[in-house]
Design a protein around this ligand. Sequence first.
Ligand code: NDP
Length: 422
Amino acid sequence: MEEETHRSTTNNPFEIAQHQIDIVAKRMKIDPGIIEIIKQPKRVLEVSVPIRMDNGQLRVFRGYRVQHNDARGPFKGGIRYGPQVNLDEVKALATWMSMKTAVVDIPYGGAKGGIICNPKEMSSAELERLTRRFTSEISSIIGPLRDIPAPDVNTNPQTMAWIMDTYGAVAGIAEPGVVTGKPIALGGSLGRNEATSRGVVICAREAAKVTSTKLEGSSVAVTGYGNVGYNSAWLAADLRMRLVACSDSQGAIYNPDGLDARKVGDFKARTGTVKGYPGARQIPIDKVVELDVDFLFPCALENEITAANAASVSAKIIVEGANGPTTPEADDILFESGTFVVPDILANAGGVTVSYFEWLQNLRREYWTEQEVNAKLEARIVKAFREVYELSKKETVHMRTGAFMLAVGRIASVMQQRGLFP
Ligand code: NDP
């Protein structure tokens, strides 16, 4: 297969997202004006979030909500908290959400939000005040038919419950469909918590089929042991794949004979980190992506695999649980070395797919069984995988370019048919 050369050398995620769109624009006959629209978010809202800390001090945090594109349906995307959050990161994540909802063909656009803060140093009461004040600041642009937030890094079902409650108080309507990833008792969907990881593991299984890799007994390394990483690790173990390494922000552990994914999860729940797990060797965090394994699931943050370390990656198959873990330069290096990469906008689309199911259940006030949710998820991810794989083979490009071609083509086609206002 031949593949286009990516010349971008940036690690700025928004520039990377724009570059990824440029790559497919060159290959597709799409009005350059439409491409120009897709390369920029439709709306960026930056807000001050003042809250009273537990010690009585008043502190002001910065928050963002970026709405990238709503040609195919309401904006949709998570909210993350963290010290590394910045506007370009949120813009990139919003762009990737538009691509992701298009790849799995659900009737949404893309958005993302974030607050610059250090949630690990904040109490639950402070996080509640932060979430509620942020929600009130962005309440005029979110809503069940406008823009529907969900959990992401350092946010969870409790965060979504606070958003739903605050939106209800501010807008005066009790509508569970304003957020997804809620607790079950508040209208959350069964299966949502593990949905992203279920998608990751389904993609791993499909990738194994097309690369003739034996799944049973295959070795897996996982970076990040939060919602996506931990759930992917035990779901892979249920398919008899062998977890050999994992990491979090504090450390990494390795045992070539295998680790018990659930026990590592219990250990982390008790101690706050995977570091120090008995029966495993400590290794440097950045060495996990270089281990000689069959599968690598990057499930932490952006830019885990860059030009600096891509040549040292030995995994046969990479399934991107995280958003943006691989830079375009690294993509080229991996492609040349024959690594099969299932890109983020396909591999982690299980989360937004079940968020869509949750929203449908909320709007209809009816609830599905976990089996129904999982079966519908499986069907969507397998179909999207096949479509991306077939297109990438037909166009002789790697899976990321195939996925972007599918997504940009779907968004552009709707934009063309809708026309331009006024
Ligand atoms: P979590 O906050 O639950 O987990 C993130 C994990 O990454 C934590 O274990 C964290 O460590 C770890 N981490 C942070 N920095 C590093 C580092 N430098 N090296 C290794 N590990 C690190 O977030 P999620 O699991 O929800 O999200 C992970 C990724 O998946 C993100 O890219 C997110 O956008 C993406 N994603 C999430 C979806 C979802 O449904 N949640 C849906 C689609 C994509 P520690 O535990 O020490 O903090």
